[in-house]
Design a protein around this ligand. Structure first.
Ligand code: MRU
Length: 357
């Protein structure tokens, strides 16, 4: 299958609750399209840890289905009831990546299905857990549509836009978050030129974002992360649109490393900085971004290139995978419930209120 033309589904469940999970191996893109069949917990965990599946919502959805896969083959430890078995499997999945909150939010939902009174003796529990995972998947697809609609309305004909990392269909169950907005604006007939940061060190921008935008027919130009300030200075960009892995209740945004410097650069040039994320990416328990756990990854992701060293042996490397952008640099947060503006503490709290009927 050719990555530019064939189907690309990040996470796909096959069959009913006794079925299995298919994960597209994004580490192989764009060179080849390879799908991993996950029939045990370890395969799902390895896929999340190695970024075969990545992007906040997609990690969470893979985790939710991963719980179903993990329970299928697990008879339980001696003396363990089903609720404890669910909690143990969930813990193993939660340990895979720390920053994106969707994984934790979705696993919380599955654990609460197992926590209802009588669940432990209910033979229908696997089907109900599976139905919840399906619901999470479908809700994210719908949220992407709504974000695309709200966000596209912000874009003007003829704009240049910088984006960072990958926030498209590969990172979600639907059209994407920030990329969904850009693709929808293009579909609405707006002329758009996107500058995609390559996104060091794992190149999600170069490998995945340019691929997805070309598949959608959007004009895309690849730049080094460090070229963004130059692009802003040259007035080639009118806005920045990107995603988030976790948003604190004051609007501080954790996202792929490099986001913070892009935000500061955008502010210095008077360019609006838009974050696009479903409300499931908001961690209402966090006062601000200081408490967001930032994943640190292996030194060789920075110190090697295609397996070859690009630095002297054993050089010290610091490789944080995410950073936190203070809310003062964020112009708006586009969610499925609408566009949130500063002051974010108020607008986020209002967006999280249960819908009144
Ligand atoms: O390390 P990754 O590739 O999982 O990081 C992904 C990002 O930082 C995305 O910008 C974020 O998850 C939003 S995806 C809709």
């Amino acid at each position: 299958v050719d990555a530019l033309n064939g189907p690309l589904e990040a996470v796909e469940w096959v069959g009913d609750e006794r079925g299995y999970l298919k994960i597209l191996d994004q580490t192989r893109l764009p060179a080849s399209v390879e799908v991993i069949e996950c029939r045990d917990l370890e395969t799902v965990r390895e896929a999340i840890r190695s970024l075969r599946v990545r992007g906040a919502p997609a990690i969470g959805i893979a985790g939710a289905y991963g719980l179903i896969v993990g329970l299928q083959a697990d008879a339980g430890l001696p003396g363990e009831d089903v609720r404890e078995r669910v909690a143990r499997t969930s813990r193993a999945l939660r340990a895979c990546r720390p920053t994106a909150v969707n994984l934790f939010a979705y696993l919380d939902r599955l654990e609460s299905v197992a926590a209802v009174p009588g669940a432990a003796s209910d033979s229908g529990l696997p089907a109900r857990l599976f139905a919840e995972a399906r619901r999470i998947d479908a809700e994210n697809r719908d949220a992407c549509e709504a974000m695309a609609r709200h966000g596209a309305a912000l874009i003007e004909d003829g704009w240049g836009v910088i984006t960072h990392c990958n926030t498209g269909g590969l990172a979600t169950a639907g059209i994407g978050t920030a990329l969904g907005v850009l693709i929808r604006a293009h579909e609405d007939g707006k002329r758009l030129r996107v500058f995609a940061d390559e996104t060091r060190p794992l190149l999600q921008g170069a490998r995945l974002t340019t691929l997805e935008l070309r598949r959608a027919g959007v004009d895309v130009t690849l730049i080094c992360d460090s070229a963004a300030a130059r692009v802003l200075h040259e007035r080639r960009a009118d806005a920045v649109f990107l995603g988030a892995d976790r948003i604190a209740s004051n609007g501080d945004v954790a996202n792929k490393i490099g986001t913070y410097s892009l935000a500061v650069n955008a502010a210095a040039h008077g360019i609006p900085f838009f974050v696009v994320a479903p409300t499931s990416t908001i961690d209402a328990a966090l006062e601000n971004g200081d408490a967001i756990p930032i994943e640190e990854r292996r030194p060789d992701e920075v110190a090697t290139w295609q397996g070859e060293p690009i630095a002297p042996p054993e050089v010290a490397v610091y490789n944080p995978a995410f950073d936190v952008t203070p809310h003062r640099y964020v112009s708006a947060i586009v969610t499925e419930r609408g566009v949130l503006r500063p002051p974010f503490r108020e607008s986020i709290a209002a967006a999280l209120e249960p819908a009144r009927t």
